[in-house]
Ligand binder design. Structure first.
Ligand SMILES: Nc1ncnc2c1ncn2[C@@H]1O[C@H](COP(=O)(O)OP(=O)(O)OP(=O)(O)O)[C@@H](O)[C@H]1O
Length: 279
């Protein structure tokens, strides 16, 4: 398929059903900060949703609450189509990728990707095929024996993504995963994530500050507002083109960036407020 041919939807978008729902979630910290106020959001299976918004609007807090790393003050998180474990989470269905790859320096790439399965009590021999498949997905099959110190920043992030994929989660939560990388590496990893989203039908919730990144990756954008954190706008971003290098220079992508940017400006409170945010 060429980049300009019509984009096939990933398999699961053809059978959409709610995967996770944030229902009227508010979160206040003991410091008194109201990080989220009455946030409701339903993410369907197979969606690629970007959470976009100014610093401090509660994007990471929302992601952490969905993952079970943080709890709600009021409201609830529902998993309508998953079996729930004693912690109220869908067992093994969620993976998290952070901005820092957080690899164990004393372990090889193979050992790092093995970690989630080791924690589940899977033997190395039984985990081996899944680890190799995850490394293949991120293009690192030949680096299984390398140590993190031998890898570039982009490769370390690929290992972190492979580690997130090795349990075959339904939902991948990514918190500004590429913010610390150079632009070329970031673009390559954007394309890798899109490829794995298309190939596996995984659902992705992606936190970013970048209008360009969110418009490139997502088929739905949720723009958030700060003080307190809440949803400002929630809209689909469909494209007739396959997202790839040619999409980056297309009129459609330019229009998508403009739409997202206008919504973000509104959320911040207009151009004057945006200029103040930058100082
Ligand atoms: N553990 C915490 N204790 C107290 N306040 C917190 C804590 N975590 C986050 N906050 C506050 O909650 C608000 C939302 O923070 P959060 O990190 O979710 O925002 P964000 O949109 O992800 O920001 P950024 O884009 O800068 O990462 C901020 O005011 C932040 O200072």
């Amino acid at each position: 398929m060429t980049d300009l041919q019509s984009q096939e939807p990933p398999p699961s978008t053809t059978h959409k059903r709610p995967l996770v729902t944030m229902r009227n979630v508010s979160k206040s910290f003991s410091s008194g900060t109201l990080a989220l106020s009455d946030m409701s959001l339903t993410v369907e299976g197979g969606e690629f949703v970007s959470l976009l918004g100014p610093s401090g609007c509660g994007k990471s807090t929302a992601l952490r609450i969905i993952s079970g790393l943080g709890d709600v003050t009021t409201g609830s998180i529902d998993w309508p189509s998953s079996r729930i474990n004693s912690k109220g989470l869908p067992d093994g269905d969620i993976s998290f990728v952070f901005q820092e790859p957080t690899l164990m320096p004393w372990q090889t790439v193979f050992g790092n990707v093995y970690l989630p399965l080791r924690l589940k009590g899977v033997s190395k021999a039984d985990a081996s095929d899944a680890i190799t498949a995850a490394l293949e997905t991120v293009g690192l099959k030949d680096f299984a024996k390398a140590y993190p110190r031998e890898l570039s920043g982009g490769m370390k992030m690929r290992v972190s993504i492979a580690r997130a994929l090795v349990t075959k989660p339904k939902l991948l939560l990514m918190d500004e995963p590429f913010a610390a990388l150079d632009e070329i590496t970031r673009q390559k990893l954007n394309d890798d994530v899109l490829r794995l989203w298309r190939e596996t039908g995984i659902t992705v919730i992606f936190v970013t500050h970048s209008v360009f990144e969110s418009a490139y990756l997502s088929n739905r954008i949720v723009v958030m507002k700060a003080r307190p954190g809440r949803v400002h706008a929630d809209f689909p971003l469909q494209t007739s083109l396959e997202r790839g290098p040619l999409y980056r220079t297309s009129e459609e992508y330019r229009a998508a960036c403009e739409k997202v940017s206008a919504s973000l400006l509104e959320a911040i409170g207009g151009p004057e407020a945006a200029a103040m945010e930058m100082h």
